[in-house]
Design a protein around this ligand. Structure first.
Ligand code: T46
Length: 305
């Protein structure tokens, strides 16, 4: 599957979903009235990508499966509204997720945007489940000029993705849980992440510490803890975290402030600063205790045997 520009040959299959009750039941547009000529006109107008970008999601055989869009591109706030519709034949086959990931990646990497946002009616349970399952954050403080477009609709759930957010579905690294910290994004004013001991992580915190002012390319860590449990996250920058324990040795890049890694069993850790001044924050289950450290790798391997 891939994304490409819309082509006139896509018009009949575009019309197919417009006349499919299952697809359009929760959409605002009056699609049931559209004709193939309307679809052709839409495709021709999509050549102009100044305010809106509409691309076709197509199969490996180049069959049109749906449209994915960035609408109302705002060059001042560097934001755009995301939209997607897929044919019934594409549902449950990964086309929607592919189209979404790909256009969000393009928004940040190719079109220079910082924020992609969208909304969905809370009644549209299928869509809400889809976005929540993929851990998209609910956005608050939507500006009035965006809300104006949705005047009269008040059961909307807003979502947004900010440049740097990781859409990765990874659940574990060397058996340690990768968690999505609760995060509240705003459009144009950043996002706030938070976590609570016991509610979000299975242990209480006794100590918070953070590592700053580290040059690029520097490695730290090279030790394990006997009993200490920790939640690690990177609120700024990019840090590679390498973890090794009974489950093997695996690495993860921490670059999304809303992602945390929970280490609850004896685990050897190494941290590599991929970007100067990246910040590593740690919420730890206990006070500092030098005796809890294992600083020799062979002693650690013996310890976990
Ligand atoms: C870990 C990784 C992710 C204290 O006095 N109090 C503290 O709370 C801590 C964490 C450290 N220290 C002292 C111990 C050393 O003299 O600060 C110095 C630097 O610590 P270390 O060389 O252990 O730093 P890192 O970056 O290798 O490891 C740290 C934590 O120590 C460790 O628990 O899991 O970050």
């Amino acid at each position: 599957m891939r994304l490409r520009d819309l082509e006139l040959k896509d018009a009949p299959l575009m019309l197919e979903w417009m006349h499919d009750e299952n697809v359009i039941e929760n959409l605002r547009g009056r699609f049931a009235e559209k004709t193939v000529e309307d679809c052709r006109n839409f495709i021709k107008a999509a050549e102009n990508k100044e305010h809106d970008i509409h691309l076709a999601i197509v199969s490996d055989e180049d069959e049109y499966m749906g449209t994915v869009s960035l609408k109302d591109i705002d060059r001042e706030t560097l934001s755009a509204e995301f939209a997607i519709t897929v044919r019934k034949a594409a549902m449950g086959r990964g086309y929607a997720w592919f189209g979404m990931e790909e256009i969000i990646r393009k928004a940040f990497d190719e079109y220079g945007l910082d924020t992609v946002y969208w909304c969905v009616s809370r009644q549209n349970e299928r869509a809400v489940r889809f976005y929540d399952k993929h851990n998209f954050h609910e956005a608050v403080d939507i500006s009035s000029n965006i809300l104006e477009r949705y005047a009269g609709m008040n059961d909307l759930k807003w979502y947004s993705v900010l440049k740097g957010d990781v859409l990765d579905e990874r659940k574990e690294v060397a058996g340690c849980k990768v968690i999505h910290l609760r995060t509240v994004p705003t459009i144009g004013a950043g996002e706030l992440s938070f976590f609570e001991s016991s509610n979000d992580v299975d242990f209480e915190f006794r100590r918070l510490y953070y590592i700053t002012k580290v040059p690029e390319g520097v490695r730290r860590g090279f030790h394990a803890h006997k009993t200490l449990k920790q939640l690690l996250f990177c609120p700024y920058g990019r840090i590679q975290l390498i973890l090794e324990n009974k489950n093997g040795r695996e690495e993860i890049e921490l670059s999304d402030p809303s992602i945390g890694v929970v280490i609850e069993e004896p685990t050897w850790r190494e941290m590599l600063w991929l970007q100067k001044d990246s910040v590593l924050c740690v919420a730890a289950s206990d006070y500092y205790d030098a005796d809890d450290y294992i600083r020799e790798h062979d002693v650690f391997l013996e310890f976990i045997k």
